[in-house]
Design a protein around this ligand. Structure first.
Ligand SMILES: Cc1cc2nc3c(=O)[nH]c(=O)nc-3n(C[C@H](O)[C@H](O)[C@H](O)COP(=O)(O)OP(=O)(O)OC[C@H]3O[C@@H](n4cnc5c(N)ncnc54)[C@H](O)[C@@H]3O)c2cc1C
Length: 100
């Protein structure tokens, strides 16, 4: 898999319930205002995005990591899981930066 290229683009995203499948994805132009921008599509961010979208808010989610297909990409042993982890440096700032 090419980790540098986003999988969710051109109006579609991987369908996590169907191996190799796709699902429509709403896209917004850079000049188009939205109600919420969420950084991080993990357990917290993705759940929040889903709940806001269900309430008809417009939501954009940015994630630094790859868009996984759990049925295709997930591995059940720890060695194979090393290819799944996003191990790039995490950077925090502000007056009280968090040690990561
Ligand atoms: C191997 C493993 C097994 C686990 N098993 C369980 C389990 O069985 N049950 C359970 O309850 N919990 C489990 N956990 C813990 C659970 O995954 C975490 O508690 C949960 O994912 C934390 O949610 P989060 O939204 O805070 O962060 P995450 O889910 O880690 O999401 C953070 C997201 O933000 C993205 N991100 C980070 N920095 C940036 C940035 N600067 N810009 C853009 N995007 C960024 C990351 O790519 C990631 O997608 C497990 C964790 C691991 C590692």
């Amino acid at each position: 898999m090419n980790f540098e290229q986003p999988r969710a683009k051109d109006g579609r995203a991987p369908d996590v319930f169907t191996p190799g499948g796709w699902t429509p994805m709403r896209q917004y132009a850079e000049s188009e205002p939205v109600d919420f921008l969420i950084v991080g599509a993990g357990a917290g961010g993705a759940t929040l995005a889903c709940k806001l979208a269900e309430k008809d808010f417009s939501v954009v989610v940015l994630d630094a990591g790859p868009f996984w297909r759990p049925l295709d990409d997930f591995a059940s042993d720890e060695l194979a899981q090393q290819t799944l982890y996003w191990t790039d440096d995490r950077i925090t700032g502000g007056e009280d930066p968090i040690a990561l």
